[in-house]
Design a protein around this ligand. Structure first.
Ligand SMILES: [Fe+2]
Ligand SMILES: [Fe+2]
Length: 147
């Protein structure tokens, strides 16, 4: 299966009942929604994986990438229950993802550890490292493009 097909199929699967589309309501960087950001992180993760030697679990890679910011709140709105978005949202995303989907160990690693090194616990899987890097690149691009 090619990357585009894998991305489309996984998106359709995770969006059953409109669950993933909820991310369209939340802004991530500038004019990019969390949904658009998650899609670009997934696409970039697949491109990085394609250039690496060895085996990558591409299905888990895409699922984890699409759900890595599944925290489901507007982080621009201050709330005492989440005083530090950067530190806490990966754990929130993982809790939400576990509630709404069957999450395997690789996907949990991707979602739970994507904020390394801000949260000083590194990913344990290659898929986790790929998304961690793709997330930083995508975030930087989105932030630059809004200027
Ligand atoms: Fe994040
Ligand atoms: Fe992200």
């Amino acid at each position: 299966m090619d990357n585009d097909q894998l991305l489309r199929d996984t998106l359709a699967e995770l969006d059953a009942g409109g669950k993933l589309s909820r991310l369209k309501r939340f802004t991530q960087h500038g004019r990019y929604s969390v949904y658009a950001h998650s899609l670009s992180v997934a696409a970039l993760s697949l491109r990085i994986a394609g250039r690496m030697p060895g085996h990558t679990d591409c299905k888990s890679l895409v699922r984890g990438a699409l759900l890595h910011d599944y925290f489901l709140y507007d982080w621009h709105v201050k709330d005492r229950r989440r005083p530090n978005h950067a530190l806490h949202h990966a754990r929130m995303a993982l809790e939400n993802a576990r509630r709404d989907y069957d999450i395997n160990d690789i996907e949990a690693d991707i979602i739970g550890h994507h904020m390394f090194p801000v949260v000083p616990v590194p990913p344990r899987t290659r898929e986790g490292w790929i998304v961690c890097i793709a997330d930083k690149i995508s975030a930087a691009r989105e932030t630059v493009k809004r200027r």
